[in-house]
Every structure is written in C-alpha cells, then in structure tokens.
Write a protein that binds this ligand. Structure first.
Ligand SMILES: Cc1cc2nc3c(=O)[nH]c(=O)nc-3n(C[C@H](O)[C@H](O)[C@H](O)COP(=O)(O)OP(=O)(O)OC[C@H]3O[C@@H](n4cnc5c(N)ncnc54)[C@H](O)[C@@H]3O)c2cc1C
Length: 385
C-alpha cells in the first residue's frame, strides 16, 4: 500500500491546482485521475481579473497567464449601440488548456496515478483510497476534487441536493467576421434586447487566433430554439439579437456549437473526518454568473495556504479540523456571493415585469454614463455606433 499525507481524487482545475500548490510547498501528495491529458471539455473558457487575483494568491498565475489570450479592450453594447469601451480584463483559455497548463506546473515530487478511485474509507486517523486496479493508498487526508461525479461521495454518506435544475444553459462556438480579416473590437459583451428571449448576455472574447462566443440563456433543454442553434447558430443568434449585426457585421460560425446545461447543487453530510470537498465536488455555480473558477481558486487557496498546513501540524484529521475549512469566512463569503449572483442575474435577465424592465434600463443607463465618462477622460475612446 502506498502512503502519503494527501491523496487528491480528481485532476480537473481544482485537483490540479491543489496538487501544484501542495507539491510546491513540499507536502507529500498523490494525485489520482483517469486521464493522462485532460480531454477537451466545454467549461470555463476565460478568467477575469478577480479570478486572476485569487490565482495570484495560489502562486500559480505566472504558470497560467502565458497560456491565455488577453482581450485588451471590451466593448459593452445593447440595442446595437456601443455604450462603453472599457479596458479589458479577460484572459481567454479553453478549459482543457487551462487544466493541462496547471498540471504542467505540478512538481515531479507529486506522484500522479492515471486511474479511477472506486472507493474511499475515512476515519479520524487514516484514510484509504481504493483504485480501479485494486491498489490502495493510505493518506492522512483525502481532497475530493472529482467534480460532478457523485459516486464516491455516496460511499461515505455525503449527499447532493439540486437546488436549481437547469439553472442556465451555455452555448459555446467560434465566430469569424464574414469577408473581413478582423472584428472591430477585441472583445464584446452584448446584452439581449428583450427579456422574453430569456438570455443573460453574449460574450465574445479572443482565445488564441479565434473569437470565442459564449451565449448564456435560461431555457429548458427541450426548447426547440436549441435545436435551431445546433442547426443554424448564425441565424438563431441574429434572430435573438437582431441589432448585434451593427457591431459584428456578418459572421460565420466556425466548428461545432457546444450546448451545456448547468444545475446548481449543494452538498450535505460533508463535515466528516479525513475528507474535504473542493470545487464542483462541493457545489456548483452558474456559468452565466461566471463564478465557478472563483470558487475553485478560493477553495484551493484557503485549503492549501491556511488549513492543510495547520491540519498536518497536529496528529489526526477529525471532523472539527475539517470544519475549519467549511467555516472559513473567506470561503463562506465567496460561496454566498456566487450563489446570490446566480439568482440575481437570472431574475434581472428574464423578469418581464415592470421591476425587471426598470432594473435593466437602470443597468443600461449606469453603464452608458460610465462609458460617457470614460470617453470624456480618454481622448481617443471610440463610440462609433
Ligand atoms: C458550460 C460551462 C461553462 C462554464 N463557464 C464558466 C465561466 O465562464 N467562468 C467560471 O468561472 N466558471 C465557469 N464554469 C464553471 C467551471 O468550469 C467549474 O466550476 C470548474 O471547471 C470546476 O472544476 P473542478 O476541478 O471542480 O471539476 P472538473 O474540472 O470537472 O474536474 C473533476 C475531475 O475529477 C476527475 N474524476 C471524476 N471522478 C473521478 C474518480 N472516481 N477518480 C479519479 N478522478 C475522478 C475527472 O476526470 C476530472 O478530471 C462553467 C461550467 C460549465 C459547465
């Protein structure tokens, strides 16, 4: 049986970041994931400045940022009108590149096993992970970072409750300007023209040489509109946002259209000895709110900078120790803000009542005022439309 201080189950963003941080801190760690290379997966495709700030606290920003594409300037628009042109703070990166770049930052002192964990047994003193090969690992602590996979959690009585099924749906595709070399913007965030369309926003941002599009909507997965998107994304997009054309000109949709729903769920029964849950394994957040990575980095930063060093300094791994992570005020504030943002963005986007209209107009007016102020202060700021 292999022995280690920390066994991390799951080498997605949360598990790989944990492995990189612990490895760099000299903590004996084993990472377990079935994929030697993280496969293409439609998830987070950019980091914003607040996420980069937390990433910086993990000490891994320098390893990740060179693999991203900075957007330089973001145009904010609605009704076909450019209302602000703010300095860019988005770093585009496809999820598999993000995870694989993070994995490349894991020191060789961390042993990685390309297997599935099939069973875990936990206690105050020793944790046992059983792998698909039948091998076992003994650890002082298990970090469960296995994302949406609920199998292992059930073994130890941890339950998942879906609090908002299909809270939002994200569509991802590449766009290219038709008959021209480039778009006029570095990046564009476009707000929908009608609340009845049940869309949050469209964000266009560069990833390497492509212009990536993420369209966030609140619909059911059996909505025929999604079939239209699969069949003819370009026409479905301009039907949803007719005045978008003024900013983008004609476009071609390049490659596949990915469509993925996101449930919001929370976890119960997780305050246990010997095991701690991070990232999506603990709870999901709404892709439209763009906070999943915020939660991943916050969880991992608190765990590796604060809690694991304290836990390893004394014997045992009882539930009281583990509770300090879930009760961490920084983590709790982050989880709360992410949950609130998921619901407030949805109600702001789809409320067809008077209050909803008023809120959207208020957002539009405030953004326009900020844009006008910025334009006045920056002599060559462009408001061409
Ligand atoms: C469509 C979509 C768009 C999104 N957009 C954004 C965005 O714009 N901004 C943002 O901040 N967030 C976004 N998110 C959320 C963000 O992508 C997730 O919160 C984040 O990827 C979660 O990372 P994770 O490491 O917890 O899970 P994952 O990346 O899912 O990692 C889980 C890992 O566990 C491994 N695993 C599973 N079971 C086992 C097992 N039994 N043994 C060993 N390994 C196992 C898997 O192989 C995988 O490598 C989006 C999510 C989706 C679905």
């Amino acid at each position: 049986m292999r022995r280690t201080d920390i066994a991390i189950i799951g080498g997605g963003l949360a598990g790989s970041t944990t492995a990189a941080m612990l490895g760099r801190a000299g903590v004996a760690t084993i990472l377990i994931d079935p994929h030697p290379v993280y496969p293409p997966d439609f998830r987070c495709e950019k980091l914003d400045s607040s996420q980069v700030a937390i990433l910086t606290k993990t000490g891994l920003a320098d390893a990740i940022l060179p693999a991203t594409t900075h957007d330089h300037t973001v145009w904010i628009a609605r009704f076909g009108r450019l209302i602000d042109r703010r300095p860019g703070d988005q770093h585009g990166i496809m999820y598999d590149t993000l995870v694989n770049t993070m994995r490349a930052a894991i020191p060789t002192s961390v042993e990685t096993l390309y297997e599935k964990a099939v069973k875990i047994r936990t206690s105050d003193k020793q944790q046992i992970v059983t792998l698909s090969s039948g091998d076992e690992i003994s650890a002082r602590l298990i970090v469960l970072a296995n994302g949406l996979n609920i199998g292992l959690r059930h073994h130890i009585g941890i339950e998942r409750t879906i609090v908002s099924p299909c809270h939002s749906i994200t569509l991802g595709f590449d766009l290219a300007p038709s008959g021209r070399e480039h778009f006029d913007f570095g990046a564009l965030t476009y707000y929908p023209e009608r609340a009845a369309d049940r869309a949050a926003y469209l964000t266009l941002f560069p990833v390497r040489h492509a212009m990536r599009a993420n369209l966030m909507v609140y619909r059911d997965m059996d909505d025929p509109w999604l079939r239209e998107c699969r069949h003819d994304m370009r026409n479905a997009l301009f039907a949803l946002m007719p005045k978008l054309h003024r900013l983008t000109g004609d476009v071609d949709v390049i490659g596949p259209v990915r469509i993925r729903p996101a449930d919001l769920y929370v976890t119960q029964g997780h305050r246990q000895p010997g095991v701690v849950l991070v990232g999506d394994a603990f709870c999901t957040s709404c892709p439209a709110a763009g906070t999943g990575t915020t939660k991943v980095f916050t969880d991992v930063e608190r765990l590796c900078n604060v809690h694991i060093p304290a836990w390893l300094a004394t014997n045992g791994m009882n539930a009281t120790k583990i509770a300090a992570f879930y009760d961490d005020p920084v983590k709790q504030a982050c989880d709360q803000i992410c949950a609130e943002k998921a619901y407030s963005l949805k109600s702001m986007s789809i409320d067809t009542g008077l209050a909803g209209h008023a809120n959207r107009w208020l957002r539009f007016i405030v953004r326009r005022a900020i844009g006008a102020l910025r334009e006045a202060r920056t002599p060559h700021a462009v408001t061409r439309h």
